[in-house]
Design a protein around this ligand. Structure first.
Ligand SMILES: Cc1cc2nc3c(=O)[nH]c(=O)nc-3n(C[C@H](O)[C@H](O)[C@H](O)COP(=O)(O)OP(=O)(O)OC[C@H]3O[C@@H](n4cnc5c(N)ncnc54)[C@H](O)[C@@H]3O)c2cc1C
Length: 461
């Protein structure tokens, strides 16, 4: 079969690209070596959120008395939690299978490799086969990054995959790395009764976030008895005994921490080895495939999207890249992606959501800023919901009122962030946010109030 497009990898970058290509009339095939939907649906975004939901339900039940509800003793059925999460992931993967069929996309199960320009070699347990296409998109995603002094044995020193399917709830867990993945697992396990310590190399947890958000989140997590060590480096892990002994170096010396399991959450490595890039002269740089604004590599007809290219390693970024790449191939005129307006979320409780410049980055970029904040403790909806932790912080350019950044910490704030992404896309100003009437009572009123605070017009503070 000769295709217009073959996509290697069926994560959110790959399968979305394939669907858009099919909508645009291209005869399309997708090659996948494991499960349709990639890391996102099977081992990332979705199964973690299912586990986190279980933890939240447990927390709600334990705090039911605060809402005037009496509940008898509750306990975590860890095995059932894992089973539910796997079921949710399987359901989503089957959904992608349905979408492939609906869009008449051929699914080729096997390991794909760029054989030559226009040819993909697919290997399965029964043999190999060549498939040809005018265009080939590589979307092979990433895997848990391994550090030399934190080699994963997948039993005691684990990565994110094992953390989602542990055979039993660990009594204690050390999470190394406090980006979104590390903090989500720290929240999850702490909520279900595991003793959790987070070790972060940099000065703040969730280090990409605005410093005020990082500091406030750290205070809240500490209140939930998560131990947090920042500016701390894991030097070695001894797994020979019942408990792992972790040597951690800080400014004050070296400490030994003990835990049943160590979770390495220090980022991802890209799957760019062994897929024919070198043989075909496809340029890579620092573990990423080099592409132009429309995801074309230096080899004509070969494209790359998702975690394996520049930009944030996030599912929605991968999908957006897939759509742009395919629209360009089809001769449409898509706009290049504005990586400065990509939302980022951490689904601990309270949640973290942000887009655009942090206050520090805006100042470093030379902006004179106006900053507005509104705490959820002053929000009627947050009080009614018993979710008063956190705040919204908005950063505006003092000269023109451009929304430079939004930083949110609070209950369900990941659902609020899209308002700011849209406002920024439409080049709205601070005053336009203030004059957009928000429904009452909602958590979203905090956005309007934070904007008003920046201009000295806040009503409820
Ligand atoms: C624990 C965790 C939680 C996350 N949570 C979020 C979140 O909440 N929100 C968010 O936006 N992002 C989240 N991410 C990141 C998100 O999962 C990734 O950014 C996203 O999945 C990247 O999509 P992708 O299309 O590049 O590839 P992936 O989703 O990584 O998929 C790549 C696919 O390619 C396949 N493949 C690889 N090599 C080959 C080959 N040679 N032949 C055939 N198939 C191949 C793989 O089997 C895989 O199915 C999370 C990640 C992790 C690990």
């Amino acid at each position: 079969m000769n295709y217009d497009l073959i996509v290697i990898g069926s994560g959110p970058g790959g399968y979305v690209a394939a669907i858009r290509a099919s909508q645009l009339g291209m005869k399309t095939a997708i090659v996948e070596k494991e499960s349709l939907g990639g890391i996102c649906l099977n081992w990332g975004c979705i199964p973690t959120k299912a586990l986190i939901k279980s933890a939240e339900v447990f927390e709600y039940i334990n705090h039911a008395a605060e809402y005037g509800i009496k509940v008898g003793g509750s306990e975590v059925d860890f095995e059932a939690m894992i089973k539910r999460s796997r079921g949710v992931a399987d359901g989503m993967s089957k959904g992608v299978q349905f979408l492939m069929k609906k869009n008449k996309i051929d699914v080729i199960m096997g390991t794909g490799k760029l054989k030559s320009k226009g040819t993909v070699l697919v290997s399965t347990s029964t043999g190999t086969q060549d498939f040809t296409a005018k265009h080939i998109i590589i979307a092979t995603g990433g895997r848990s990054r391994e550090l030399p002094n934190l080699k994963q044995d997948y039993k005691k020193i684990i990565g994110y995959r094992q953390a989602m399917i542990l055979p039993k709830k660990p009594a204690s867990l050390i999470v190394v790395g406090s980006g979104a993945i590390g903090i989500e697992f720290a929240y999850l396990y702490n909520a279900i009764g595991t003793k959790v310590t987070v070790v972060e190399y940099l000065d703040n947890i969730v280090p990409l976030e605005d410093e005020e958000i990082s500091k406030q989140l750290a205070r809240i997590l500490k209140k939930h008895v998560i131990s947090i060590m920042t500016s701390a480096n894991v030097e070695s892990v001894d797994t020979s005994g019942d408990l792992c002994k972790v040597q951690v170096k800080t400014a004050t010396g070296t400490e030994t921490l003990e835990a049943e399991i160590v979770l390495s959450a220090v980022g991802i490595s890209t799957n760019i080895e062994g897929i024919g890039l070198e043989e075909n002269g496809v340029k890579t740089d620092k573990g990423k495939v080099v592409v132009d604004d429309f995801y074309q590599t230096n080899v004509e007809g070969v494209y790359a999207i998702g975690d394996i290219v520049k930009g944030q390693a996030l599912a929605h970024v991968a999908s957006a890249e897939g759509i742009i790449c395919v629209e360009k191939i089809a001769g449409l005129k898509p706009e290049p992606l504005n990586y400065g307006n990509m939302p980022g979320c951490t689904y601990c409780s309270p949640e973290v959501a942000s887009v655009g410049y942090t206050e520090k980055a805006a100042k470093e970029a030379g902006y004179e800023v106006k900053v507005g904040k509104f705490p959820f403790s002053a929000s009627g909806k947050a009080s009614a919901a018993g979710a008063k932790d956190g705040f919204i912080k908005l950063i505006f350019d003092a000269k023109y009122g451009e929304i430079l950044g939004a930083h949110m910490l609070g209950h369900n704030v990941t659902e609020l962030l899209a308002e700011i992404v849209t406002a920024r896309k439409l080049e709205a100003t601070g005053h336009e946010l203030i004059k957009s009437v928000h429904p009452h009572p909602t958590m979203s009123e905090a956005i309007m109030e934070a904007a008003a605070d920046a201009y000295g017009e806040c009503i409820h503070l």
